[in-house]
Design a protein around this ligand. Structure first.
Ligand SMILES: Cc1cc2nc3c(=O)[nH]c(=O)nc-3n(C[C@H](O)[C@H](O)[C@H](O)COP(=O)(O)OP(=O)(O)OC[C@H]3O[C@@H](n4cnc5c(N)ncnc54)[C@H](O)[C@@H]3O)c2cc1C
Length: 486
């Protein structure tokens, strides 16, 4: 598929080899080797398409990044399967591989964990917050969120979660908390901000609860997520270190150029790069993408969540799944995942999100690890220093430019569908194109298989091998119809 000749004909530009359809099998270029791209490439390869996958990094997985430098696997990106159930599209594969999951949360909630025995919260002086208080404030937090629903019904205009919370407090002052209870409430808010990788002042009130949560709770991938990627990628033609910079689409094919000067042509392309990369215009499209697609790229929010992984010689912390620090503001709160309880490793994972995560990304790795350790020292003053650390930088890494997408204030939830809808022979996949499971690994996987199926139908239709063409469309979504005048 590499480097073929472009010909000028009366119809316009076309790619010669692509046109000799009867002599060869249909071809597709998949751009991006994360979960979505690999799922798409796998499906098309298995359908006997010629597939080449171009990946900018020197590794596969994208926002799945299992590191083995400590001598055991730790995930710097995704680590949970959200929804441990048979309906989860990844469940059959994970089950078949025999990969163990550790359920950190028994129920399906994301904002309020009802299994509070798995948490230990501390104030800045290292005093543990009584468990009854944590439970009580958790219930109040749930009530406050329910009240925000009334605000949502009342106002036609969207607003941020933060603004809705302040309206709730104005109307129901009895829900306003003081002292330690206020700090615990801020900690719940900090957890919510972590889920969206964004601050409460930028999360949409209208859309924040529109995603679908699969049942079965949240299962941590004890041996890391990478085995899933490697299994799906087996036998595929993958080119690492190939950063795509330009995509030209013509009526009969696509031509993709990479930073290292190579070109590839095929019948179609599946674009499975992160939304942050599309926003930054790292890839030039010729002709330009339609306005509705550009608007979707611009309007969907991308947040930042990072992981600072601290490896200790000994375990000196309580045997709970999460350790938390409560504070006056959600920015000052923090939490650590205890990998000792989940996987038996002497590791705590600090997970800042939103503005805090962006601020920490401005620091060196050493300063970021010191910062995380300083948070730990606040609650466990006798903590011994880590022997090793790892720091993620999802916000500034040119290959991601953000951690995952979220609903920004005033923007409709239907934007995800707009991002997914194909443009001619370009198909789009990735977590930000998932309407139901945005921001997740299983969401990315589903969009990859869906894009592959759309692409397969489209290409076979051109090859005259398909009788019925039924594009997969989300029910109720309104995408501008393509109208041409000759
Ligand atoms: C810190 C963190 C924690 C998370 N935790 C969870 C979790 O516990 N559970 C969960 O379900 N989800 C989690 N997520 C979200 C999850 O990781 C993502 O939704 C999912 O992995 C995205 O997959 P993707 O294929 O859409 O994108 P990516 O995995 O980002 O793949 C895109 C690929 O495109 C490549 N690329 C970029 N630019 C170019 C270019 N110009 N040319 C060629 N290739 C390019 C990238 O290098 C990358 O490999 C987390 C994410 C982060 C950052």
């Amino acid at each position: 598929m590499e480097s073929r000749i472009k010909t000028n004909s009366r119809k316009g530009f076309y790619y010669t080899n692509v046109d000799q359809q009867s002599e060869r099998s249909p071809s597709v270029i998949v751009i991006g080797g994360g979960m979505a791209g690999i799922a798409a490439a796998r499906a098309l390869h298995d359908a006997s398409f010629q597939v080449v996958l171009l990946e900018s990094r020197d590794r596969l997985g994208g926002r799945i990044h299992t590191d083995y430098s400590f001598g055991f696997p730790v995930d710097l990106g995704a680590s949970w399967l959200h929804g441990v159930c048979n309906e989860n599209p990844l469940a059959p594969l994970i089950g078949r591989l025999g990969l163990p999951l550790y359920r950190t949360c028994e129920d399906n909630s994301v904002l309020y964990d009802h299994d509070l025995e798995s948490y230990a919260l501390f104030d800045m002086d290292g005093n543990q917050v009584p468990q009854e208080l944590v439970t009580e404030v958790g219930k109040i937090f749930e009530m406050i969120l329910q009240e925000t629903d009334n605000v949502r019904q009342e106002f036609s205009e969207d607003m941020s979660i933060l603004r809705a919370l302040s309206l709730v407090f104005e109307r129901k002052p009895e829900l306003r908390l003081e002292g330690l209870s206020h700090k615990v409430l801020q900690w719940y808010l900090c957890r919510m901000e972590g889920w969206f990788a964004a601050d409460a002042d930028s999360i949409s009130l209208k859309c924040w609860d529109q995603e679908e949560l699969l049942p079965g709770g949240h299962g941590l991938m004890v041996r890391g997520y990478l085995p899933v990627i490697h299994t799906l990628a087996k036998g595929l033609d993958i080119r690492l270190g190939h950063r795509v910079t330009k995509i030209v689409r013509r009526y009969n094919g696509v031509k993709v150029t990479t930073e290292n000067g190579k070109t590839f042509v095929a019948d179609a392309a599946i674009i499975a790069v992160p939304l942050g990369v599309l926003k930054a215009n790292v890839i030039k499209f010729e002709p330009k993408l339609p306005e509705w697609k550009e608007a979707a790229i611009a309007d969907i929010g991308v947040g930042v969540e990072n992981k600072i992984i601290l490896h200790f010689k000994n375990v000196f912390w309580p045997n709970v799944e999460f350790l938390g620090v409560v504070s006056e503001t959600s920015y000052g709160c923090s939490y650590f995942l205890n990998l000792h309880k989940a996987a038996g490793h002497n590791v705590l994972v600090y997970m800042p999100a939103g503005r805090l995560a962006k601020d920490i990304e401005k620091m060196s790795d050493e300063a970021a690890a010191d910062f995380a350790f300083a948070q730990l020292k606040k609650i466990l003053p006798d903590a011994s220093s880590p022997i090793q650390y790892l720091v993620s930088r999802w916000g500034t890494d040119i290959n991601s430019l953000g951690s995952y997408s979220f609903d920004a204030v005033g923007k409709p939830h239907g934007l995800y569908e707009r991002l997914r809808v194909p443009v001619d022979n370009l198909f789009f996949a990735g977590e930000a194109t998932s309407v139901l499971y945005t921001g997740s690994v299983h969401g990315a996987y589903s969009t990859g298989t869906m894009a592959a199926e759309d692409c397969r139908m489209r290409v076979l239709e051109r090859y005259g091998e398909l009788d019925i063409f039924q594009p997969v469309l989300e029910e109720g979504s309104v995408i501008p119809l393509l109208i041409s005048r000759i």
